[in-house]
Design a binder for this molecule. Structure first.
Ligand SMILES: NC(=O)c1ccc[n+]([C@@H]2O[C@H](COP(=O)([O-])OP(=O)(O)OC[C@H]3O[C@@H](n4cnc5c(N)ncnc54)[C@H](O)[C@@H]3O)[C@@H](O)[C@H]2O)c1
Length: 458
């Protein structure tokens, strides 16, 4: 039996818990990493050759460390008993009921975990919030842990995760920064150092930022709010470009070369998606409101409003272009994942677009290289009866009236659009919701096409 120096437990084997612990186990071979989850199918998949999430490079890391110092199991309580450090990476979706419904974070999974740790732990433990949580959650967690403790000391830290799906392994290997918030007491700082020492195996010290707990919690929400705000900002300008004849890509380039603005996150699109941006902004909105900061709340709320408007605007363009009726028309969505290189469909713009198309009685066909299984889970039985799922994009486009690019998969940049055009009904329409295709080439083929923020010939 190998001798490990300590045991790190991660509760929640999702998009964050799995990849994060896989990379940590690779970098810290002397530490044992246990990843637990209440979902037995998920754990079984982590222990198989078909991981529960698609993430480039993840399988290679898991193959290297699984069974060596990385273990996946459903034994949450055994894990808590053994752990020196517990990362809590459970899901914290937007609340759908009661006070704060539609905005506040639903903390039921998180609180259950806190109570379980308090009940089961047998030694002093460091508890690290990895989930994105409202500011001051750590305080509540510390109260739950202390109220139930048997003379044990629990230090609660905040270590939000900044990885982006699709590039998670790259982001974990080479993070812009690691943020760790702790209480500024002797015990808090000691606990902080224990977590710093894990990351210091591969992250340069100057990139490991240590702050107080509240700054750390709030920084994660603010980071996502700023990123989403850039998308909504450029999307608002895309509408103005279409109205004025400006080209949003040219505008983005012109402003992005200003070093104060920078070029990233300035791609106009049908909108942002993913499990985090909307949820975290709404969370920020809720927190601002709860402190009576209504102007702050409505400022950030507008980022989400703009995102919804952009999706609706995209579908309205389709309706108008296709002679104000989509009834019975075969419309193919190229891509369903919320972004390329992931199978994750949570809050994908394609969901709202599909629903709006179904409301118009269109016949919707969905294709995606990784996301079809998750896409099927986004709809009701009744909706599913009106949607066709096809793996092969060429087959999906056969007989179609229109195609809409919903995800920027590399695969869709490289399709033979001439071949697709030939197989479609005429006039053939193309709506590029991700600005990945060359307008000149597409219109040359004969498509009537719409490119967000770059004008149209529909
Ligand atoms: N997905 C991202 O890109 C990303 C990035 C940064 C931060 N985050 C944050 O990280 C957190 C987790 O996100 P995710 O995408 O990994 O979610 P996820 O839904 O993929 O995974 C959460 C897992 O926690 C498990 N779980 C829930 N309650 C549990 C309990 N009581 N005991 C054991 N397991 C339990 C669920 O079964 C699920 O497998 C969220 O707060 C999210 O905001 C996500």
């Amino acid at each position: 039996m190998p001798q490990f120096t300590k045991t790190v437990l991660c509760i929640g084997a999702g998009y964050v818990g799995g990849p994060t612990m896989a990379v940590m186990s690779q970098k810290c071979p002397e530490v044992k990493f246990l990843v637990v989850d209440i979902n037995p199918q998920r754990i079984a998949a982590w222990n198989s050759e078909e991981l529960p999430i698609y993430e480039p490079g993840l399988m290679e890391v898991v193959r290297e460390t699984r069974g060596r110092n990385l273990f996946f199991s459903t034994s949450v309580e055994d894990g808590i008993r053994e752990a020196d450090i517990i990362f809590v990476s459970v899901n914290t979706p937007t609340k759908t009921f009661g006070v704060g419904a539609g905005e506040a974070a639903d903390l039921q999974h998180w609180e259950k975990t806190a109570r379980q740790i308090a009940e089961v732990a047998t030694k002093d433990t460091i508890v690290v919030e990895k989930s994105t949580l409202p500011v001051r959650t750590a305080e509540a967690m510390a109260r739950i842990l202390c109220a139930n403790s048997k003379g044990l000391n629990f230090e609660v830290l905040s270590n939000p995760e900044f990885l982006a799906e699709g590039t998670a392994i790259q982001d974990l290997n080479n993070p812009d920064r690691v943020l760790i918030g702790s209480e500024q007491t002797a015990l808090g700082l000691k606990a902080c150092e224990a977590v710093v020492s894990l990351y210091a195996h591969w992250v340069p010290r100057e990139k490991i930022l240590t702050t107080n707990v509240w700054s750390s919690e709030l920084s994660k929400l603010v980071a996502n709010a700023f990123l989403a705000q850039r998308v909504s900002s450029i999307n608002s300008i895309s509408a103005l470009c279409e109205a004025t004849g400006a080209n949003v890509d040219e505008v983005a380039k012109a402003i992005g070369t200003d070093s104060r603005i920078g070029p990233k996150f300035l791609k106009a699109s049908v909108g942002f998606g993913g499990s985090c941006f909307q949820k975290d902004i709404l969370n920020l909105v809720y927190i601002a409101q709860s402190y009576g900061l209504n102007e702050v709340a409505s400022y950030w709320r507008q980022v989400v409003n703009m995102n919804d408007w952009q999706k609706d605007r995209f579908v309205k363009k389709m309706i108008r272009a296709m002679f104000n009726t989509l009834a019975g028309k075969r419309i193919v969505l190229l891509g369903f994942a919320f972004k390329a290189d992931t199978g994750d469909t949570r809050e994908s713009p394609a969901i709202r677009v599909t629903r709006l198309l179904l409301a118009e009685k269109a016949s919707v066909v969905i294709t995606d290289p990784e996301a079809i299984p998750n896409a099927k889970k986004e709809f009701t039985e009744n909706e599913l009866s009106q949607i066709e799922f096809v793996n092969d994009p060429y087959e999906a486009c056969c007989g179609a009236h229109a195609i809409a690019v919903m995800t920027e998969w590399k695969l869709y940049r490289e399709l033979d659009y001439q071949k697709i055009y030939q197989r479609m009904q005429k006039p053939a329409f193309l709506f590029d919701g991700r600005s990945i295709l060359d307008p000149a080439q597409i219109t040359e083929i004969g498509f009537y096409a719409y490119f967000i923020g770059r004008g149209e010939n529909v």
